[in-house]
Design a protein around this ligand. Structure first.
Ligand code: NAD
Ligand code: DAU
Length: 337
């Protein structure tokens, strides 16, 4: 793939992906379409906005005219769709925008990908579409979809639309379903950066319920390499799970953060649980490992230390994100353009 449209490339994973592609695959043109919601931040792309292989466009994946124009103008070959509302807790408060962006937005991109006969449509999905596990077992690619939150229901709907476009009209697609990511540039509404930020400010760390909910954590760079492998090496009409084989209970992760920051466990506060909270996610990644030779390169022990240290070294980024000043950054950077 030489010319790709990446959507949501100013968000956490999208920005890490754009940075990786520009660094490691410099033959690629990346057109990056992002509407810059609260979660999208051009500071995540600092040092990359002037790269000649990177075109940033502020806009909406739901806008057919804009997406058509970009596909034509830049002779796009493939779309990698990261753009989404991504936070489960927000979806429990305001589900409508999740349907708009995650379902309608994906539908708009699919129609254009089909119409323009693009070589590939890669949907970045999530393990949450499979629902929740008990203490045993793993999600495989054939686990039935059983989403539990408005967020995961919107992602499952998008996945089904992608498959329907492949089945009905032969759109060449891939879907990746990844476990929980962590690493640099993650917005501090998600558990790991939220806990780091609170601990740095000696604020209580809010643990939902008993804190024994289990997630499989994957370092964001390893998710990005998995997506690139699928985009460039996978057969069309295939789905790949991506995980870190690294299950941890939330309390264990939070204690590790406190320990690294030299803060007391007494900061932990058990609070009211998330409604419908999925108990455990665990991913079987044997398909992508066996067929495409992908494997994670960063252990959790290394990755969590790198992540905490990154937030310690980037307090300016953190303070801007928390205070909303990144919007001012955007105004300054694009004033008069
Ligand atoms: P994020 O919330 O950090 O970033 C989402 C980005 O999408 C933001 O930059 C936002 O501005 C942009 N966006 C939102 N609505 C848009 C619209 N209408 N048009 C254009 N851009 C829009 O999310 P993330 O954590 O980076 O997740 C990226 C993708 O990966 C999502 O599709 C998510 O479902 C999926 N995913 C996330 C994780 C995780 O652990 N974070 C794990 C598996 C899959
Ligand atoms: O599994 C992949 C998914 O991981 C992605 O699809 C989502 O976009 C991403 O947000 C993430 O969803 P989670 O709900 O698992 O992530 P979150 O960081 O919100 O929460 C992780 C766990 O920590 C979960 O069990 C809820 C708990 N939690 C979270 C917050 C924000 C707390 O106990 N306290 C908190 O304040």
């Amino acid at each position: 793939m030489k010319r790709i449209l990446v959507t949501g490339g100013a968000g956490f994973i999208g920005a890490n992906f754009v940075r990786m592609v520009l660094d490691e695959h410099p033959e690629t043109l990346v057109v990056n379409l992002d509407i810059l919601t609260y979660a999208g931040n051009l500071e995540n792309l600092k040092g990359y906005t002037d790269n000649p292989n990177h075109v940033f466009v502020k806009g909406d994946i739901c806008d057919p005219d804009l997406v058509n124009e970009l596909v034509d103008k830049y002779e796009i070959e493939a779309i990698v769709n990261f753009a989404a509302e991504s936070h489960v807790d927000r979806s429990l408060v305001e589900p409508g925008v999740f349907i708009q962006t995650n379902v309608q937005g994906t539908l708009n991109l699919l129609k254009i990908a089909l119409d323009k006969k693009l070589d590939r449509f890669l949907q970045v999905s999530t393990d949450e579409v499979y629902g929740s596990l008990g203490p045993e077992g793993y999600f495989t690619e054939s686990t039935p979809l059983s989403p539990n939150s408005p967020y995961s229901a919107s992602k499952a709907s998008a996945d089904m639309l992608v498959c329907a476009f492949g089945h009905s009209w032969g759109l060449p697609y891939n879907i990746t379903r990844c476990s929980n990511n962590y690493g640099q540039y993650q917005f501090p509404e998600k558990m790991i950066p939220l806990m780091i930020n609170n601990a740095l400010n000696d604020k209580e760390l809010p643990i939902y319920g008993d804190g024994l909910y289990v997630r499989d954590w994957l370092y964001v760079y390893d998710h990005c390499t998995a997506i690139w492998k699928v985009l460039t090496e996978a057969e069309p009409q295939t789905i790949y799970n991506v995980g870190g084989n690294n299950e941890k209970a939330n309390l264990e992760v939070v204690r590790l953060i406190l320990d690294r920051l030299g803060k007391p466990d007494s900061l932990i506060k058990h609070v009211k649980d998330r409604p419908g909270h999925d108990r455990r996610y665990a991913i079987d990644s044997s398909k992508i490992m066996g067929e495409l030779g992908w494997k994670p390169t960063v252990t959790f022990e290394e990755g969590i230390v790198q992540t905490i240290d990154w937030y310690l070294d980037n307090t300016e980024w953190l303070n801007h994100v928390v205070s909303g000043q990144y919007q001012q950054y955007y105004e300054d950077m694009y004033a008069g353009r």
